[in-house]
Design a protein around this ligand. Structure first.
Ligand SMILES: O=P(O)(O)OC[C@H]1O[C@H](OP(=O)(O)O)[C@H](O)[C@@H]1O
Ligand SMILES: O=c1cc[nH]c(=O)[nH]1
Length: 504
């Protein structure tokens, strides 16, 4: 069908051709189907979105980056031809029905994901299917290899290259901002790529972005690492394992992170940066991705097995994740808490302990400290201030302000405090409610939004004591955060006698 082009100066991922309902009906296509658009000098396939509000029945709306790609300008006539689904869409269907993919099928699927040939619907279906049906260890291995294959890699010549990665799921887990400078301050290379938030309120990339740019090419990450020993960047901006970020984009709105995709996602990024010694942080506990410790150990064994198959030494730390790490949740608040810890200021013990223990594991694996002495070495380093200096070097190398202090970091101007409804003791802090409140406040896209937990498990409170300070960049979001907190109160305050049997 021939249609007149209307160029739309928009930025949309996915659907780049917009049709009226009438045109879609006569072409026999619906929202999310694929269509080939051919102009005078070029042609390409894209997904369709429908709306009769923007385009007429003799027109096709083309998003400008797409029209540029095929050399079409406003008013040009273009030919539209519906195209079928790629083979890889059928592999998604196979996963929905619980079938296993062959190596070739998995490589084709990941290649199409990396090249954005699958629609958002198909990606969501894949994530949902794997959450329910899981994948075999062979499939996990092939997915990992394929994610590396269809992306850029770093090629270091000196080893070891160490790395750490958390499976996420516990709010406030800003430990990467401590571990990377601690480890690099001891002379090890650690080119750290992180995701943005997946199920949480702030991923490491979101937090680091408060202090410095995080979008770099693989070559730039290599150069920064050679220069200062480390980087903390957003994996999604590089062409390192690009399929991973596409999948994460589908996981975020569903708050799903199936473990088999998670293993591939984490390890592909580690292999692609050339890491040969890796520590994986597996937080377990109520409201985390892995609630049960046994399940955590099984995941650790799976990580280690895939690592062995792919020539990477992996050690896993099963860590306490039953309540948030530290007190701050949200990009700017977490950046401030991490910086405070590096500055040697008063910070929660849980943050320091976890960061030093995992840094210590890397020291022991790399052989820069003997067994059982790694944690102590990390603590000593933190005390003598070298990691703070290293962190400033990293910030500067990434284009941020190296002179920034924790006090300079701005927090959302709208503030409200959630107070204790009765006197008693805090018996638990609910991870999921904390994340939902922080998201309602605007985190992670509003960098200054988030919350500070004033009381944690075991703390005694009087009625009216502050429990959580909430911060937002916009007033209406503050109200949303408060509404969420009242709907699902995030802390449990109880007396020491929890129950009396028989009741009075
Ligand atoms: O949003 P949820 O699912 O909690 O966790 C995702 C976070 O966990 C990992 O942290 P790191 O890169 O090891 O610091 C990811 O990179 C990401 O930042
Ligand atoms: O990088 C990560 C971390 C958690 N889960 C993932 O899928 N990828």
């Amino acid at each position: 069908m021939e249609l007149k082009s209307r160029i739309l100066d928009l930025k949309i991922d996915g659907e780049k051709a917009i049709l009226s309902d009438e045109v879609a009906r006569s072409l026999g296509v619906c929202h999310g189907n694929r269509v080939r658009v051919s102009g005078k000098t070029g042609s390409a396939t894209t997904f369709i979105a429908l709306t009769s509000e923007i385009v007429g029945d003799d027109e096709v709306g083309l998003v400008s980056d797409f029209s540029d790609k095929i050399g079409v300008v406003e008013g040009d006539l273009v030919e539209l031809t519906p195209t079928g689904r790629p083979n890889s869409a059928n592999y998604v269907r196979k996963k929905i029905y619980g079938e296993f993919l062959s190596r070739e099928e998995m490589f084709e699927l990941i290649k199409d994901i990396a090249n954005r040939n699958l629609s958002n619907y198909e990606l969501s279906a894949l994530v949902t299917a794997v959450s329910i049906r899981d994948m075999s260890m062979d499939e996990v291995q092939w997915m990992t290899e394929a994610m590396v294959e269809y992306g850029d890699s770093l090629e270091f010549t000196e080893y070891p290259i160490v790395d750490k990665h958390s499976i996420g799921g516990v709010p406030g887990n800003k430990i990467t901002l401590l571990i990377v400078p601690i480890v690099a301050a001891a002379g090890l290379y650690i080119p750290k790529t992180s995701s943005r938030a997946i199920t949480g309120a702030a991923g490491t990339a979101d937090i680091m972005e408060v202090l410095a740019p995080v979008k770099f090419t693989a070559e730039e990450i290599y150069q920064i690492t050679k220069q200062v020993g480390a980087a903390i960047v957003w994996g999604g901006a590089t062409h390192i394992a690009p399929a991973d970020d596409e999948i994460i984009r589908a996981e975020y709105p569903l708050a799903l992170d199936p473990v088999s995709i998670l293993i591939a996602s984490v390890l592909a990024k580690k292999i692609a940066v050339g890491a040969d010694k890796v520590v994986i942080d597996i937080p377990v506990g109520d409201g985390t991705k892995i609630e049960d410790r046994k399940e955590g150990s099984k995941l650790a064994r799976d990580f280690i097995e895939i690592g062995e198959r792919l020539d990477m030494e992996i050690e896993c730390a099963i860590t306490y994740g039953g309540s948030p790490i530290g007190r701050a949740v949200g990009p700017a608040l977490e950046a401030r808490e991490a910086l405070k810890a590096l500055e040697g200021k008063e910070t929660p013990k849980s943050l320091i302990e976890k960061s030093c223990s995992l840094s210590g594991m890397l020291f022991e694996m790399a052989g820069t400290s003997s067994k059982d002495e790694g944690t102590e070495k990390a603590r000593e380093l933190l005390k003598n201030g070298k990691p703070l200096e290293k962190f400033k070097e990293i910030i500067e190398a990434q284009g941020g302000n190296p002179d920034i202090t924790s006090e300079d970091i701005e927090i959302g101007q709208h503030k409200e405090t959630l107070t204790a409804p009765s006197e008693g003791y805090v018996t638990s802090v609910n991870n999921k409610s904390i994340v939902n409140i922080a998201r309602a406040l605007g985190s992670p896209s509003d960098k200054k939004a988030g919350l500070e937990i004033c009381k944690k498990g075991g703390d005694e409170v009087c009625k009216g004591d502050p429990l959580i300070h909430m911060y937002a960049e916009e007033k209406w979001k503050l109200k949303e955060g408060m509404k969420e907190a009242k709907k699902h109160f995030p802390l449990r305050v109880e007396g020491i006698v929890l129950e009396r049997i028989p009741e009075l």
